[in-house]
Design a protein around this ligand. Structure first.
Ligand code: ADP
Ligand code: MG
Length: 630
């Protein structure tokens, strides 16, 4: 190892639009600048946990034996506030990648959100979401200096920046460096000086927001003063439930999730039996921006006797990835690699137990507090539904808690149990219509006959619906049936209003159908009389076997290109246009135009293009011209 103290300081530019980013941040989150302290303390705590973890396999890393602690040191004269930890520290490379790259998760997305949220109270949530907690320091500081030494390495470094566009890294002489870990020194700006040098204020902030941090926190009121312990470093999950206040739970949740909302559900339990473990889990109160990022994993922290084993343990099934989780088990081995931990039997038992319990609790919430559950479903329903095809073992509880928009309740919130309880006489299936876009789905002509009979239809417009509903076995003995596929078996269900029109001349209808089939032979599988139409003249239906039309669309918009089967054209024999055309089968030119236009109109209603745009245009003009007497 060489002493690089003599080398000159290097200048680096922050990546991406950082200057703009920092400006936006500092100005939009102004009202909540208190949070900088929480962010720095949580980084310090993370650094201690990391070293504790690394020292499991390499005891030399923490050989000085100093107990882990975080110090917050005030210097009123110099107008600095420092957060000091004896954790893992950073080397040159880590400084560059950790403090030189902002919002790794996507600077552009961040900037857009930030602009939209400017001056809104929700803006502060973004700090945590984008993993840019460190930069909140620039809300209160003109200049930030980080002195740090990576555990196990000789060379120490100083990182400095005014947060305006670049930062400097220079080698640091040993005598100026912390023995272990990092010292983050904030040179407070004019406004912050008034506020953040007062010990009582800092003490209050720490006890408010950082009391559950698992490393003890000391306050040094001014240089030369003895450190005073203000946080015990007792891990919240290890405490007795009865001793924990809702506020403490909330702070802990905000600390581990980096979010600023209230958890929608807090679940804390201790499991005994084959494996012993404690779990503290939170269902967030809002939807994280990257919920649908395929790389997003469930964020579970795994501990063994309060020593961190993994920051993002693979403990949750994908469809529960929105849950924030801490698991601590004395039965897990510490000194093994992460891969081995995952093969461990205790680990498997925990994984199973956690998923079961979380589903139980969600079910309980759905039953006992439907309004609260409705919020959870609104945010996470599309993700929970992934479980319907990913986790057959837990399909039943998931189907039970699923909530739907239906023709009876378009705003959503209908359960399948409610649906089944309201089945019409002779109704044998749970009907659904799937498609892209809630509004268009609700406006589909295929729904008319169901509406006329008061038969409820599930309106499925989440992309994930295409995946589960096709293979769903049913609910309560009733199969799921698409209303845009196959025959509609609703003839035997009474119409709500029996003054509905009847087909006056079935023989003429039959002739019309046969002639239309001749015209459209190349593009449809069949033409037939419909039970599901009462207002519109025609609609398209997928054949009985093959892929549902609407599901084809969802799959296509999800980037997959399923093979398209020819549809069936269904016509409404009581529609005045159809009745009039029944007499026109002899006028070949007009009849062909009209039938093609009916077909293209039905395509348009399904959100498709006409089959052949220029032919469509020519026909439209011809028919209109005729009507206008041109
Ligand atoms: P996050 O904590 O969400 O990763 P931050 O912006 O708060 O995002 O911190 C960025 C990174 O900087 C951390 O992930 C960590 O690698 C590093 N870091 C920040 N503070 C410290 C510290 N006190 N000790 C060691 N590493 C730190
Ligand atoms: Mg952080």
């Amino acid at each position: 190892m060489t002493d690089e103290t003599a080398a000159p300081a290097e200048k680096h530019a922050f990546q991406a639009d950082v200057a703009r980013l920092l400006h936006l941040m500092v100005h939009s989150i102004y009202s909540e600048r208190d949070i900088f302290l929480r962010e720095l303390i949580s980084n310090a705590a993370d650094a201690c946990e990391k070293l504790r973890y690394e020292a499991n396999t390499d005891a030399a890393l923490a050989e000085d034996g100093a107990a882990f602690s975080i110090q917050v040191a005030l210097d009123p004269e110099a107008a600095t506030l420092s957060v000091i930890d004896n954790g893992v520290g950073m080397n040159h490379e880590e400084l560059n990648s950790a403090l030189g790259t902002i919002a790794n998760s996507g600077t552009r997305a961040f900037l857009e959100k930030m602009k939209a949220a400017e001056n809104s109270p929700g803006a502060a949530e973004l700090i945590g979401q984008f993993g840019i907690g460190f930069y909140s320091a620039f809300m209160v500081a003109d200049r930030v200096v980080v002195d740090t030494r990576r555990a196990g390495e000789y060379q120490a470094w100083r990182w400095t920046s005014d947060g305006k566009g670049d930062y400097e890294i220079s080698p640091l002489a040993l005598e100026d460096a912390p023995a272990r870990g990092s010292r983050v020194v904030l040179h407070l700006n004019t406004e912050a000086k008034e506020e953040f040098l007062k010990p009582y204020k800092i003490e209050r902030l720490i006890s408010e927001h950082s009391s559950a941090v698992a490393t003890p926190i000391d306050l040094i009121e001014k240089p030369g003063e003895e450190p005073r312990r203000i946080g015990e470093g007792a891990a919240l999950w290890a405490k007795n439930k009865a001793e924990i206040t809702p506020e403490q739970y909330k702070d802990f949740y905000q600390n581990i999730s980096g979010q600023f909302d209230d958890p929608a559900l807090t679940i804390h339990w201790r499991a005994e039996g084959r494996a012993e473990y404690t779990v503290l889990a939170f269902v967030p109160g809002s939807r994280p921006f990257d919920l649908f990022d395929p790389n997003r994993k469930g964020k579970a922290k795994l501990y063994s006797r309060r020593v961190l084993i993994s920051k993002d343990a693979d403990l949750l099934p994908g469809y529960l990835r929105f849950i924030r989780l801490v698991v601590d088990s004395p039965d897990l081995p510490l000194n093994v690699s992460r891969e081995l931990v995952q093969q461990n039997q205790v680990y498997a038992a925990i994984k199973k137990g956690v998923a079961n319990r979380l589903l139980q609790e969600l079910t309980k919430l759905a039953e006992n507090e439907p309004e609260k559950f409705a919020e959870v479903w609104k945010h996470f329903g599309p993700v929970l539904k992934e479980g319907l095809y990913e986790d057959p073992e837990r399909r039943d509880p998931l189907l039970k808690m699923a909530r739907f928009a239906t023709t009876a309740k378009p705003e959503g919130g209908r359960s399948l149990a409610e649906y089944v309880a309201d089945l019409k006489t002779n109704q044998t299936a749970i009907y659904y219509i799937a498609g892209d876009g809630a509004e268009r789905v609700a406006a589909s002509p295929q729904l008319e006959g169901f509406r006329a009979r008061g038969v409820e239809v599930l309106l499925l417009s989440d992309p994930v619906d295409a995946f589960w509903v096709q293979n769903a076995v049913g609910f309560d003995g009733k199969p799921f049936k698409s209303i845009t596929q196959g025959a509609a078996d609703i003839k035997n269900i009474d119409l709500v209003d029996d003054s509905q029109k009847k087909d006056e001349n079935p023989a003429a209808t039959a002739k019309f159908v046969a002639a239309a089939k001749g015209v459209l032979e190349s593009v449809v599988e069949d033409v037939r009389v419909s039970d599901r139409l009462s207002e519109s003249p025609a609609c398209l239906i997928a054949p009985e076997f093959g892929l549902d039309l609407r599901l084809q669309q969802i799959l296509a918009s999800a980037g997959q290109a399923p093979e398209k089967a020819k549809p069936v054209l269904e016509i409404n024999p009581t529609h005045p246009l159809v009745v009039a055309l029944e007499d026109k089968t002899g006028d070949t030119a007009l009849f062909e135009d009209a039938v093609w236009l009916l077909f293209d109109e039905a395509r348009l209603m399904d959100g498709e293009q006409p089959h052949d745009s220029s032919a469509f245009a020519a026909r439209l003009i011809r028919v209109l011209g005729k009507a206008a007497g041109a």
